[in-house]
Design a protein around this ligand. Structure first.
Ligand SMILES: *Cc1c(COP(=O)(O)O)cnc(C)c1O
Length: 367
């Protein structure tokens, strides 16, 4: 099924099971208890395992991933589930040194003390040194925030051949930008707090896998660990998902139009965007990504210049996180990421591109 067909079908997914008189829009089911006399089999039993709104979200995500999905209350809850459900004492885990920093903190602080050896490598040279001996390999491409890439199909094939499990964090791309399961990954994790919800008003995450045994472990982890999404957040994310294809297409189109103009601006010292022909990852991006994404990394000459750019541009929301309808930006070194002090992660929103460019240019010109 093509991305376009998936996007079209998503909007009619609920209609496939509607009975006459049912609301067309997804109802919000707020329930911890269900009416449950006698034999509990076959009906919703308790809110930690069963919720119709959460299941509708998972059904929609499963269509987009072309794989069974489990929703989690945040991207980190999804990542925790994937790591804790696959690792045991004595195992070795390989994660990116330049990916989302909380994943590294989680591994260093909690997995290491349970007897997991945690190694890190930069995304751009991830396969160097071999992948044998790792029980689990965690990948993130393009990496957040540096936007380096690694070759998913080559790396996932090597991990599988060595008997390891591959987990790919696909948050920066969404299923409309990159399809890690089709490229050989065992598990996809994502923060739906970003573009999938897209309205900056809820946290959510999901895990997708086509492996029945892994799915069973992940489901058990969620049920026993208790990291279950709230129905209202699931409802909001389901609503966001219905416009993801439209928003993501606009964001990528705009980012593609803006990246070369920003790269040419005299105040921009360096720029990373996988869609830019001169980018070191461009060829790989063309091979494994359907779209070049909504994130642009640009470097200004100092922390002060970068802060001034972010704060003075009227169409930039200074904020952490990305993928919202409004363009936003932040200086990642403020969190300690290993990037230059003047490095700005720009998340391109759904504003019409010409007014957005005019605002960005005016703020850069005035620096
Ligand atoms: C934001 C993010 C996460 C964590 O998601 P939350 O929903 O904030 O828990 C994980 N991975 C990447 C790449 C992210 O950008």
């Amino acid at each position: 099924m093509s991305d376009q067909t998936r996007a079209a079908r998503l909007l009619h997914l609920r209609a496939e099971t509607l009975q006459k008189g049912d609301p067309v829009a997804l109802p919000l089911t707020l329930a911890s208890m269900y009416h449950l006399p006698g034999d509990p089999a076959g009906v919703p039993g308790y809110g930690r395992m069963d919720n119709a709104t959460v299941e509708a979200l998972e059904h929609a995500l499963a269509l987009l991933e072309d794989a069974p999905c489990l929703a989690f209350p945040s991207g980190m809850a999804a990542i925790s589930a994937a790591l804790f459900a696959t690792l045991k004492a004595g195992d070795r885990l390989l994660i990116p040194s330049d990916g989302y920093y909380t994943t590294r903190l989680l591994a260093d602080r909690f997995l290491a003390r349970l007897g997991v050896t945690v190694d890190t490598r930069p995304t751009a040279s991830f396969a160097e040194g071999g992948l044998a001996g790792y029980a689990v390999v965690f990948l993130e491409t393009p990496s957040n925030p540096g936007l380096d890439l690694c070759d998913l199909s080559a790396i996932c094939a090597e991990i599988r051949a060595a008997g390891g499990v591959s987990i790919v964090d696909n948050t920066t791309m969404t299923p409309f930008g990159q399809r890690p399961l089709d490229l050989g990954a065992d598990i996809v994790v994502a923060s739906d707090t970003k573009a999938p919800n897209g309205h900056s008003d809820a946290l959510m995450g999901h895990v997708a896998t086509r492996d029945d045994n892994l799915l069973e472990e992940l489901r058990a982890w969620r049920k026993l660990g208790g990291g279950i999404p709230g129905p209202f957040e699931a409802w909001l994310t389901h609503r966001g998902l219905e416009t993801l294809e439209l928003r993501f297409a606009r964001m990528c189109d705009s980012a593609e139009a803006l990246a070369p103009r920003l790269a040419d601006h005299p105040r921009v010292a360096r720029l990373r965007y996988p869609g830019l022909p001169g980018d070191p990852a461009h060829n790989l991006a063309r091979r494994q990504m359907a779209r070049p994404g909504l994130l642009i990394g640009l470097e200004l000459d100092s922390a002060e210049t970068a802060e001034r750019f972010i704060d003075t541009c009227p169409l930039l929301q200074p904020a952490t996180s990305f993928g919202g309808v409004h363009s936003s930006a932040e200086r990642r070194a403020r969190w300690g990421d290993a990037v230059a002090p003047g490095f700005v992660r720009l998340s391109v929103g759904i504003e019409p591109v010409e007014p957005l460019w005019a605002a960005l240019k005016e703020s850069l010109d005035a620096l």
